[in-house]
Design a binder for this molecule. Structure first.
Ligand code: NAD
Length: 498
């Protein structure tokens, strides 16, 4: 399917929404026959009715995944063959980039330009990277001395449940699926209820690519029903969760209350960006700061939502940020020029506007934006917003807003910046802008976060692990070989030859 970016209405009309669960290689309705509505955040209108899976469907999907793991060809397949199938899957996804980008834009309210040039290519690249790793990782022989053979081998964990968020639906699906599949596991994926359709569509493509039935199952549905059923299932060996810290806690409890399944959590953030007075390119810093908070409308776990700026450059930096924030075009996500789409749902819009009202009340200064916009569209849009004079103990400085709202606080001494940066329950990411090598090195080691960027907004690439310290994460990392390894169990094979 070739899309015509100049004709958004035709684009939207061209989509045949995929709405059924995918279990055991077949597209099926929920056992209960129930469906739920999924909405377009840019218009507020219903897009489709999606199969509402619950515990019964999760049982069916886990049984299919278990059968595919124990009896099917997947876990016992030569890694080279598994690689070929995942590569074929990646190529089919790539061939359907346009269609997937439109589905993602319609249900997530994300700009079509992001979906087609960032999110879908990221999914393809992630699948390819992990597929290529499948037949290049060696096991180990221990240095145990003569007469003894100690082999340390990695084996797939088994059935992995993946419970996903709505903010980067296919990118997050790829960060789980790539290593889960490449390591030889089977899976049951529950997309966020707001964004089920793109994940259902890629499961259909996986089947078309020849990935065996039952290896990749999708159960659309709600968290407290389908999500909890995965977390509590006694035949799920591991749960990979990306979402809020609050729901992440549920998964630890589910594991404790069931079979002690492994739990991997990628949760929320309140990431700081520090700008030192010696930063030589304030314009570049301002661009990075805007990207860090306005990309995806701030609905980004690693959004740099707290700016800590050294007092002597505050005024100049704020001027540059005001200029750069005007580069962000809030609009219809199907229009290629749009760079900021809608908030995911009305309730979330209310939460973001609540934080803005709260910041006013707390005495912070609204320097940029602060309003809901494009209300006439029926959609849920907020303009780029920046508050200055933000008290580090205020809600805006401490809670994850998950919207395009930057909190600015001034510091005097560098040690104060590090203290403020680390004064948070979270630890997903951080950034520092400085030209001083010593400051950069010391700050990157002092910041308690999973990724620290210098003089740019960035999360690394597929070769680098991504995950959080403190309440931003638990148990593992997405991306890189670290992700591949976390979906395996270590086994020791011991032989005494004496
Ligand atoms: P969420 O926690 O509300 O939902 C995530 C998933 O959990 C959804 O599939 C949802 O249906 C399910 N769920 C909800 N309640 C549940 C329950 N009681 N039991 C079982 N499952 C349940 O998160 P969200 O609103 O979809 O996503 C936003 C959050 O995700 C933010 O906090 C963001 O920081 C985080 N996030 C983190 C990363 C990362 O890599 N660290 C990446 C993207 C998003």
């Amino acid at each position: 399917m070739t899309i015509d970016l100049a004709d958004p209405v035709a684009l939207a009309a061209s989509i045949q929404p995929p709405t059924r669960a995918v279990i055991g290689g077949r597209s099926i309705d929920a056992a209960s026959g129930q469906t739920f509505a999924t909405f377009n955040p840019a218009t507020g209108s219903e897009l489709a009715q999606v199969a509402e899976c619950d515990a019964e469907d999760v049982d069916r999907a886990v049984a299919a995944a278990r059968a595919a793991f124990e009896e099917g060809p997947w876990s016992g397949m030569a890694p080279t063959e598994r690689k070929q199938l995942i590569l074929r899957f990646a190529s089919l996804v790539e061939a359907h980039t346009d269609e997937l980008a439109v589905i993602e834009t319609l249900e997530a309210g994300k700009p079509i330009s992001d979906c087609s040039s960032i999110d879908i290519p990221d999914l393809v690249a992630t699948l390819r990277w992990h597929a290529e790793a499948a037949d290049k990782l060696y096991d180990q022989l221990s240095p145990s001395g003569p007469g003894k053979v100690g082999m340390v081998v990695r084996e797939p964990i088994g059935v992995v449940g993946a419970v996903l968020p709505w903010n980067y639906p296919l990118m997050m699906a790829g960060w789980k699926l790539g290593p889960i599949l490449a390591a030889g596991n089977t899976c049951v994926v529950k997309p966020a209820e707001q964004t089920s359709m793109s994940t259902i569509r890629i499961a259909e493509l996986a089947i078309e690519a020849g990935i065996p039935d039952g290896v990749f199952n999708v159960v659309p549905g709600f968290g407290p029903t389908a999500g909890a059923a995965i977390g509590l299932h006694d035949d799920v060996d591991c749960v990979a969760f990306t979402g809020s810290t609050e729901v992440g806690r549920h998964f630890l409890r589910y594991s404790a209350d069931s079979n002690l399944k492994e739990v991997l959590l990628e949760c929320g953030g309140k990431s700081p960006v520090i700008v030192m007075a010696d930063a030589d390119d304030l314009d570049a810093a301002a661009s990075g700061i805007c990207e860090g908070i306005f990309w995806n409308g701030g609905q980004n776990c690693s959004a740099n939502s707290r700016l800590l700026v050294q007092r002597s450059i505050e005024e100049e930096l704020m001027q540059r940020i005001a200029e750069r924030s005007r580069d962000w075009v809030v609009g219809d996500p199907l229009v290629p020029e749009t760079t900021m789409g809608a908030m995911i749902e009305e309730e979330h819009l209310g939460k973001v506007m609540g934080h803005i009202a709260d910041a006013h009340e707390a005495g912070s200064t609204c320097a940029i934006g602060g309003h809901r916009v494009r209300e006439e569209s029926g959609g849920w849009f907020v303009e780029p917003t920046v508050f200055t004079n933000v008290d580090p103990s205020s809600r805006l400085a401490r809670e994850e807003v998950f919207g395009p709202v930057l909190a600015v606080t001034v510091f005097d001494a560098p040690e104060e910046a590090i203290r403020l940066a680390n004064d948070t329950d979270y630890g997903l990411a951080g950034t520092i802008h400085t030209t001083d090598l010593r400051t950069a090195h010391l700050a990157t080691r002092a910041m308690r976060a999973g990724t620290v960027a210098v003089n740019c907004y960035g999360e690394g690439d597929i070769t680098t692990p991504f995950g959080g310290f403190k309440q931003s994460g638990f148990g593992g990392r997405d991306k890189s070989i670290a992700a591949h390894e976390q979906y395996t169990e270590l086994k020791t094979i011991w032989m005494d030859l004496s």
